[in-house]
Ligand binder design. Structure first.
Ligand SMILES: [Zn+2]
Ligand SMILES: [Zn+2]
Length: 158
């Protein structure tokens, strides 16, 4: 999928949008590019700020419209916390989300073997939406930034 985007981004996105009757627009393309560029699960408002950086004339309503179209076409999904604004995630593989209560970041968690829950007999899972709350690696050890020799400083980018 990523390769397809790199080879012919316009045609590929155009095709995906067309499956649900949406037109390809520069705005939709740009909103999607912004989601792919930094996968930190931004809210619609954060997407708006990032999109505006390169496309100063775009309105919040247009960004909402673009996000709706991307979700509708299966190019992005909405991620909702019990509190707070809806966030957007372009990772369409089944995965869970880890919420760090300290830095408020949201991370994708691969769940290769499914949700890991024993369902009652006769129940069949079609999709799942798993949220794990806690502290990420950077926050969990209580020494963000300058660790003494544990590799914390060089591990920040990961
Ligand atoms: Zn954290
Ligand atoms: Zn995600």
């Amino acid at each position: 999928m990523i390769e397809a985007i790199q080879r012919k981004p316009d045609a590929w996105l155009n095709e995906r949008l067309a499956t649900r009757g949406f037109r390809f627009t520069r705005q939709r393309e740009h909103v999607y590019a912004v989601l792919l560029r930094k996968r930190d699960h931004p809210t619609a408002e954060e997407v708006f700020i990032r999109v505006k950086h390169d496309m100063p004339g775009i309105s919040m309503a247009t960004v909402y419209n673009c996000l709706d179209a991307l979700v509708e076409c299966g190019l992005a999904r909405q991620v909702t916390l019990e509190r707070g604004a809806t966030r957007f995630c372009p990772n369409m593989r089944e995965h869970g989300h880890f919420y760090c209560g300290q830095c408020k970041s949201v991370f994708d968690i691969e769940l290769a073997d499914g949700p890991g829950v024993a369902l009652p007999k006769g129940y069949r899972a079609e999709r799942y939406d798993i949220a794990i709350h806690g502290r990420c690696a950077a926050c969990g050890n209580g020494k963000r930034g300058r660790g003494n020799g544990s590799g914390a400083a060089s591990g920040m980018a990961e």
